[in-house]
Design a protein around this ligand. Structure first.
Ligand SMILES: *Cc1c(COP(=O)(O)O)cnc(C)c1O
Length: 381
């Protein structure tokens, strides 16, 4: 089945009791049993819910995975993965990471004795220097947030496997439409479903997908034991969102390209970070592992001035100044004070995340209107 057909049909069956073509919202906390040891596969809704089950099957199919699990947020999903580790274990991850992941790693898990190496993984070979007998996991985010760096997933997998480490990929920015890490050998894919999969800025949710049954069972045990599960209403909204994922992504990609090229040619714009440019440092890897380049990009102003960047962000009319990404509407964001405020300034600057950096999540509006909005805002900057 091709991607668009899967987005609409995979994992989703008409409701067996009524034939309803749309999965019903099973708004229930518990299920009546025939006898103490006998039920129809559902006992208590923290463990399983039919709306959530269909969504899990759908998301797994989109990632070419056998097993999917949904969580109450992307961070809830990431947390479940880290709970697989023990004190003393080590993790290799990149130095350009979603701020919330960085916070979870450093503020919650370092405290219980897990060590994280935040390194430059744009050349996978760098990982070799940090691997030792305690290394258990690679946590890879590509494209990265917000600098759109690209990490070679297959190259990391190759290194990780020779040292018996597992590889988890945060595939939020690409969405399953653009990139399928399991096909490249990764053990696990994480999504902030909140973003492209939900697609309408109305749900917070996370997901984990794997082909490894043991890993899935361990994660399902954590999901049920720790309880960060999503509700049926949210599951329904994401099932609905996924049906247009391929259509939305096509437009995100074509609009993203137009906005990236417009900015790059603009006299007031400094650097534009977008993996679709032929001179992006890892363009060849992006081309190899992604189907297109997406609608996320960031840029600086030629005058690298915080106040000018602020004026621009206050002058846009169609773009909304907000955190998050991947919805139908275009958003503008200031990583240093918003999504990445939890990373100390010194760390940020070291990794190239300057104060005037602006991130765009290009939506699915008409490109001409988006360009006109950016033009008028750049004039005021
Ligand atoms: C938003 C985001 C997360 C966290 O997901 P939530 O659903 O907000 O908990 C993790 N990784 C990336 C790349 C994100 O953009």
């Amino acid at each position: 089945m091709k991607f668009g057909t899967k987005a609409i049909h995979a994992g989703v069956e008409p409701d067996p009791t009524t034939g309803a073509i749309m999965t019903p919202i099973f708004q229930t906390s518990t299920y009546v049993q025939e006898s103490p040891a006998k039920h129809k596969g559902y006992a208590y809704a923290r463990g399983a819910n039919p709306t959530r089950n269909q969504l899990q099957k759908s998301i797994a199919a989109l990632e070419n995975g056998k097993f999917g699990l949904c969580f109450s947020s992307g961070m809830g999903a990431t947390d479940a993965v880290l709970r697989l580790l023990n004190p003393g274990d080590e993790v290799i991850t990149s130095n350009d990471l979603y701020g919330g992941s960085y916070r979870l790693f450093t503020k919650v898990y370092e405290r219980v004795g897990i060590k994280f190496h935040f390194i430059d993984l744009t050349d996978a070979v760098n990982a070799e220097k940090y691997i030792n007998a305690k290394t258990k996991l690679f946590w890879i985010e590509t494209p990265s947030n917000p600098l759109m760096r690209i990490i070679d997933i297959a190259a990391c997998v190759k290194i990780a496997k020779t040292h018996r480490c597992q590889v988890a990929v945060d595939n939020t920015f690409a969405s399953p439409y653009l990139q399928n890490p399991l096909d490249l050998g990764a053990d696990l894919v994480m999504h902030s479903v909140t973003k492209y999969l939900g697609g309408h800025s109305d749900v917070i949710m996370g997901a984990l997908i794997t082909n490894d049954e043991k890993l899935h069972q361990d994660l399902a045990f954590i999901a049920n034991s720790c309880g960060a599960v999503p509700g049926p209403q949210d599951s329904f909204l994401v099932l609905r969102g996924i049906k247009t994922l391929h259509l939305r992504m096509e437009r995100h990609c074509s609009n993203g390209k137009k906005v990236a090229e417009f900015l790059r040619n603009h006299p007031k714009v400094g650097k534009v970070y977008w993996p679709g440019f032929a001179d992006h440092p890892n363009h060849a890897i992006a081309k190899k592992q992604m189907r297109d380049f997406g609608g996320m990009l960031s840029f600086t102003l030629k005058d690298d001035d915080l106040n000018k960047a602020k004026r621009l962000m206050e002058s846009v009319q169609l773009f909304s100044l907000a955190e998050s990404l991947g919805g139908v509407e275009s958003l503008i964001n200031h990583p240093a004070s918003m999504t990445h405020a939890s990373i100390p300034k010194e760390e940020r600057m070291k990794n190239g995340l300057s104060d005037s950096l602006i991130r765009l999540s290009v939506g699915v509006e008409d490109a001409e209107d988006l360009l006109a909005d950016l033009e008028q805002a750049l004039q005021k900057a």
